[in-house]
Design a protein around this ligand. Structure first.
Ligand code: NIG
Length: 421
């Protein structure tokens, strides 16, 4: 199967060579584009791209004749698929009643202390058979595909027992088999202390290390390990124990860090070589200095900051410290029931004053680095997966985050195949 897309008004995120490391600081301001372009795919890969006007008509004709499918993208733009590097896509049911509690004035932590929040989802998931859980998750998976996402990280963390953590991660892997999404998985056993360990957090960390993590590793179900380092959840010491254990199974750390307080999550993540530290509402110069040149990506989750009505991370200051930023949706039933990466980019622009170039890079190239898929996703680069979307007629790429609730996608290609939604 090969596709020839011609007359592309603007091909966004073109990089002849794949970046070898995440973009940081000022580099994030540059978004390479090609105007009046063509794009050729072969099998599941991007084969080549070029300018219509700079290419001989016979060559264009030959590519068109040789392709299995031709798309005329006149007036329309092509973007690399979004790489959503932080989600909790696998969950059962929903938590809109807690949303009402929040509107009545209860905080995220107060709801959690009452046994709601994450533990509410734990109970719902426990009572949901694996196939039903998959069915519910696939609805969200196809939803994010239709919104332009091509690669996604999915965490466990609503199981908190051997059986249920394994069930969640199996479902996450099955999403990667049953949809064209590239799925990376993360073991988040340390998401909340389950009711059976109330008052004995360390006992639960023992169980994670002794029973749950080995069971997850035995089935090869997780690429990463994560922990929610926060008052009322887990400590820096717990993180060290879990990361030491995870190293034996080759699971690289990630951290839910500094969401509700200056928790030390950033520092412990960097110390253990985390791929990313995520959330970062409570960060300042001390954390930024620790992150500088560390190789750890600062992942912003503006949808959760918005939904919980909190103050936003100081993203512009992070760029001044030359940090690499990623933006992810954090799709989950408690703090962000949305996987719309366009909305996340718009929030990052409106609330954190980031530029369209920065947010597009954060949602594509840097997102792919944050989940270890950068060799294949995140930019329009020959040899990478042919995963992109074609917009409706739009005047500029700035129009995408500007027009923040409009459906602007006309055609989706994932792994070289046109996706019928
Ligand atoms: O990333 N902060 C912890 N975990 C999720 C929320 C999970 C939930 O409330 O169900 C987050 O925001």
């Amino acid at each position: 199967m090969s596709l020839f897309v011609k007359n592309i008004k603007r091909l966004v995120g073109v990089r002849q060579e794949a970046p070898q490391s995440p973009l940081k600081g000022k580099e994030m301001e540059t978004l390479p584009c090609l105007d009046n372009a063509w794009l050729l795919t072969e099998g599941d890969r991007i084969k080549a791209f070029g300018e219509m006007s700079g290419t001989a008509p016979e060559t264009i004709g030959a590519m068109e004749d040789g392709a299995d499918g031709v798309i005329d993208a006149a007036g329309r733009m092509v973007f690399p698929s979004y790489c959503d590097s932080h989600t909790h896509l696998v969950y059962a049911g929903s938590r809109e009643m807690e949303f009402m509690d929040k509107l009545r004035g209860l905080s995220y932590q107060e709801i959690a202390r009452r046994g709601g929040g994450i533990l509410n989802s734990v109970e719902l998931l426990h009572n949901t058979p694996e196939d039903d859980l998959l069915r519910q998750t696939l609805v969200r998976a196809w939803e994010i595909i239709s919104l332009g996402t091509g690669a996604v990280e999915i965490k466990s963390g609503y199981g908190l027992t051997v059986e249920d953590e394994v069930k969640m991660l199996r479902v996450a892997r099955r999403v990667g088999e049953e949809t064209p999404l590239r799925v990376r998985t993360t073991f988040l056993g340390a998401h909340a202390v389950p009711a059976r360990y109330k008052g004995n957090r360390e006992g639960y960390v023992d169980e994670i290390i002794r029973d749950i993590m080995p069971a997850v590793a035995a089935e090869g179900l997780a690429d990463y390990v994560d922990i929610f380092v926060e008052e009322g959840f887990f400590t820096v010491e717990d993180a060290s124990r879990i990361f030491d254990a995870a190293a034996r199974y080759g699971m690289q750390p990630k951290v839910h860090a500094n969401q509700m307080s200056f928790s030390g999550g950033v520092q412990v993540g960097v110390k253990y070589g985390a791929a990313s530290v995520d959330h970062l509402e409570f960060t300042g110069p001390e954390e930024f200095r620790v992150l500088q040149d560390s190789g750890t990506i600062a992942t912003l989750l503006p949808g959760a900051t918005f939904f919980l009505d909190m103050d936003y991370p100081k993203a512009k200051q992070m760029l001044e410290y030359d940090l690499p930023l990623a933006i992810a949706s954090n799709y989950n039933p408690g703090s962000c029931p949305s996987g719309d990466m366009k909305f996340m980019m718009a929030l990052a622009m409106i609330k954190m004053r980031l530029t369209p170039e920065t947010v597009l890079n954060a949602a594509t190239v840097n997102g792919s680095f944050a989940m270890g898929t950068a060799a294949e996703y995140g930019s329009i680069t020959p040899g990478k997966k042919a995963s992109f979307f074609i917009t409706k007629e739009i005047p500029s790429y700035e129009f995408v985050p500007y027009s923040f609730t409009s459906q602007l996608i006309e055609e989706i290609v994932l792994n070289g195949k046109i996706i019928n939604r």
